[in-house]
Structure formats: structure tokens, C-alpha cells
Design a protein around this ligand. Sequence first.
Ligand code: WT7
Length: 673
Amino acid sequence: MSQDAKESTATAAPATDDGNGDALENLLHENRKFAPSAEFAANAIVDAGDYADAAQDRPAFWANQARTLLSWSKDFDQALDWSNPPFAKWFTGGEVNAAYNALDRHVENGLGDRVAIHFEGEPGDSRSYTYAELTEEVKKAANAFEALGVTKGDRVAVYLPMIPEAVITLLACARIGAVHSVVFGGFSADALRSRIDDAEAKLVVTADGTYRRGKPSPLKPAVDEALAKEGHTVENVVVVKRNGEPVNWVEGRDKWWADTVDTAPAEHTAVGHDSEHPLFILYTSGTTGKPKGILHTTGGYLTQTAYTHKAVFDLHPETDVFWCTADVGWITGHSYVAYAPLVNGATQVMYEGTPDSPHQGRWWEIVEKYKVSILYTAPTAIRTFMKWGKDIPAKYDLSSIRVLGSVGEPINPEAWMWYRDVIGANGGTKDNPAPIVDTWWQTETGAQMIAPLPGVTATKPGSAQVPLPGIAVDVVDELGESVPDGHGGYLVVREPWPSMLRGIWGDPERFKDTYWSRFEAMYFAGDGAKKDEDGDIWLLGRVDDVMNVSGHRLSTTEIESALVSHPSVAEAAVVGAADETTGQAVVAFVILRGDAVNNGEATVQELRNHVGKEIGPIAKPKHVLVVPELPKTRSGKIMRRLLKDVAEGREVGDATTLSDPTIMQQIAESLRK
Ligand code: WT7
């Protein structure tokens, strides 16, 4: 990345200016509405009363949720302390243990025999854990981690696949007050190491590997590679045996899960931690090259994740079977796999593998097998299933489904309608299709912020619609003024919320700069949005240099840094180009160094692999285009808008501000060659 690229971070124009204008206009002509059925509304867990209560006294509303949904070992004195903005404290003076709330208390309340997790492995193995069994596993893991010297406040890096041990590890950390930092298994050794270093992790929990599309897929080698260079803080690596592939072993450092956790005592008493005690760090990409360690704390996070899980999914924990398909490496897997479903005493499904292994009906087979009633997934998955065709889900009985959730990126109305008709109506065999809740939120917000309530809101295909009770979201213009209905602008949050990030690990200034400096006294989320004539909110995508690929956040700058770290690359610019399935796809434009040889496809592959090594396979550009120049303004800013036009095959927009107006032509010619 050149210096110029660094400067082109974006306080840019609202998303309506990013070249997607037409698609967005179409979206806003969408006027179908689906009211909840009378039966659904009558049985709904939450009614419109919550909006009224929250409007009357927001902190009191959340205090009430905190006391209703959680068991506090010491009650709190104050709901919200906002005396030092933007650093909020929620439920001050209170003490609460996340693992006790997710586990022990359900067992104490006579629910020990309820299934907490139905685990489905990719090869077809399955295991179920009751609340009593899961509690015992977590107690053992807590004892084992303590025996390895992990104490309250220590950081634990977690690099695990979607197996129950991931949830067990997170809850064991929470139990003893250790701060987990999960690194998604699709990130590289380099990315893992930088996150281990930033958080100064003492312990790493990993597995030999997992399965991907029927084949063993390794994880432990990346941990070995990450720790090969001295100078790290890791004392031990606990390794779950999952696929049985041979692994390297560092005596003294590495311990099998079976030898440490399985043999540990099953008695462990949970003590309450301060409401503001750090619960976890989760790294996410921002507009610069360095990922941000988003910090979440305990009481507020648990309150809002539990409330939203109950209200937005209309959770009836005695009868529902919840399935969130997100990996525990992302915030969705934290909030709606590891924490909220268990805090709410629900039964959930956890699936290790890919949707097409061993066949394209795997998910629907799982829904049928466990009678999943609430399904929470991402638009990219829905669009993939659309591509595969409705005949595949039609082979299965999906009649158990009664609520459908969407998260991670805007869901286009076509995908929304397909989700409703094919999955929510079981291919037209159900009179009352399952309501769809499109949920907007972020790693930083910790829990859902904008979503319909399925028993209350008449839903609209493509819109996340309304801020949840107790959440003060708005759309504002350049000056921070609220826009009238029918207008677009920037999405902001005006008041603190319980599960908000408490900062960026080790960097309070960056926290203020990133989120609180664009608009006075408002949290700026980085998204463009529009209010329709009813005041409903439509999300329009990021307005900064952040891409959304398959619902995963990637930084253009981070990928540009990775590319220019390759000896052949002089300069790079990356854009997120519209992609039918993944929402956006990474497209890189690179200028090779004078002495580098362009070997065509081989060079492209090498650069893709280089990004894979630097960041991880998820960040590999779909296309790498070698060009002679990059379009820049006279002040040196790369005009990514023009590159996006090229990447999306559009006629190139207004290029008159370029320092050299012929550059776009040169690029077009070089790509025709
Ligand atoms: C960004 C946050 C929230 C968990 C998954 C992603 C986009 C998220 C929606 C939605 C439109 C959405 C936003 C946001 N986003 N949900 N329902 N409609 N856009 O978490 O990696 O922190 O990314 O994802 O652009 O800022 P994340």
C-alpha cells in the first residue's frame, strides 16, 4: 500500500454514491410487507410493550433485563455509568459469572437433562451434551487451565474448529475470569501470531485439525509455525484430538486435551466477576492494516445477547431447537453460539463442516434430524442454496422451522423471498411461513441492534427495519443531523448500549478516533443507511475501506499491505466488487516492480497465495489484475471508485479529477491484452 492509500480512508460519501445507485434504488421500491400471523403474535415471547418500556427509561429497561435474564452473585448499584464517554460502564458494582449463568444455574434449576448442544461432525459423527454434561466438561476445563497457571485476567488464544470443545474452552475461560481471544481457523500462522502477541496470550487452545469437504484439514501446524519464532508469551498449547492426523509435538509446551482436561477434577466453584471484567477480545479488520482487538466485558454483554436472542428469535427454550450456523471464530459464533443460547437455557445445534459435505442437502438433513425450529444464517449461504436449486431442500421435512434469521450483510429481496418460500414455508406446504428477522449488528456492538421482532413487526424483504427496544440508532447526514424519512446517510448509535465494545485492546485513542470522532457524541458504525417513508432502516453497506465477503469483514488496506510485502509488488489497490454469491469479492490491482517478471497466471497465483499466507485463505483475492498505473487524484488519493467500476465491468465513472486522465484507458488496455 502506498502512503496515498493510507490517506484514502473514508469519511467518504454515503453508500448511494459508491456506484451501486441503481441496485439501491430498486431496493427502495420494494414494498411487500408480511405481518406476523395471529397465532404467532399471540404466542410471542415479547410484545410491543418492550419498546414503550425502553422509551420511558432506557437504563431502567436494561437493568430490568439484566436482573430478569441473569443470576447475579452480587446485585449492581447503577445501570449505566456514562460519566466518562465514550467509555461506558454497565451494571456497576454487580458481580456475575458468565459460565455459571450459561450452565450451573440451569442444572440447579432442574434442567440438567435438557440437551444444550447437539453436535454434528462433518464426517457424520454426532454427540449431544446435556446441560449437566456440559457443565461438568467446563468445570474440568476450568480446573485444567488453572493447573496450567492461567489466572483471572490472563489471555487465552483459541484456534479451534466448530467442535464442542470450542464452546467448552470459551466458557471455561469465562468461568475463571481469563480473557479469551478466538482466532478464526481460516486465518494464517502470521495472523495468529500477531494476535497472540497483541493480547500477550499465555495459553493457546487448538486441535490437530478438522474436516473440510470430507478431508482432514490441519490446524496445529499453523500454531507451531506461529510460535516458531521466539519472543512470544505462550507457555502451553492444549491440543484437542479431532481428526487424528499426525502432529509435531513440543515437549513441555504441548498437552493433549485428553490428558489435561479429561483427567481434571469435575468440581469447580464459579465465583462472580465484576460486571465490567473483560470477557473476551475479538480481532476485526478496520480501515488500517492492523486488526483491532475489540474488547467486550461481562454483565452488559450477557444481558444484551440474552435479551436479543430471546426477543428477536422469539425463543421458547423448552421447545425450540436453535441453530446458528456461524463459526465460533466470528462475533456471531460468540454471541449466538457460545453465550446467549446457553444463558437462555436453549437447545442448540452445532455443525462442524461445509454445507455441501457430503452432499448439498446436508443442512436440511440436519434441520430434519434435530427438528431445528430457529435457523440463523448469512445471506451468502442463502444465495448459494438458491444457486443449487430449491429441489434440494424440497427433499427434506423442514416443517419444524418457525423463525429464520439473517446476519452479516444486506439480504437482497430475492434471497429474502427465497428464504421465506423455500425454507420458511417448506416449499409451500406451510400456511404460515416462518417470519424472517434480518439482524444488523457488528463485532463492536456485541449483540443485535436493528431487527424486527417476529411477533410484532410486519417484515419487509431486504430491510433490518427497526432499532431494538433500548437501542438508539439513527441515520444522520454529513453534519450529524438526523435525516428525514425517505433519505439516506450514515448509521450512528446515539446512546450507549449494554453490549457495546469497551475499547480496542491496548489502544484507547484508536477507540475514540475510529468510532467517536466522525460525529459529535455519536458512535459511527461505518455503514451507510437509508430511512424509508415508514422510517424503516435499510442498510446500504460500508462507507469505509472495509469489504464484506460472505458476511466476513476484510480490510482493503490490510490486503494491500499484504500484497506490497511481496518482493514483486510496487503498489496495490484493493476493492470489494459486487459478487452474486459472496456479496462482495476481493479484487486486487497491482503494479509490479520494474525488475519483476510478469509470468501471467503464475504470478497471479503466487500473489493470491502470498495473501493467503499473510492473512489467511479467506482474504485471497478472487482476481488479481496487473496494471501499469493506478488512478489517483491530484492529491495522490487512489480512486477506488473507478477501480470498482472496472472490477464490476461497468463503464468507468467520472475520472476528471485524476492527475492523469488517460490512466483508466491505460488500465483498460492492459487488461484487454
Ligand atoms: C458489518 C459488521 C454482525 C455479525 C456478523 C458481521 C455488515 C452485518 C448486517 C445486516 C446489512 C450487515 C455491516 C456491519 N452487516 N449485519 N443485517 N444487514 N449489513 O460482523 O464482521 O463485525 O461486520 O457487517 O456492514 O458494519 P462484523
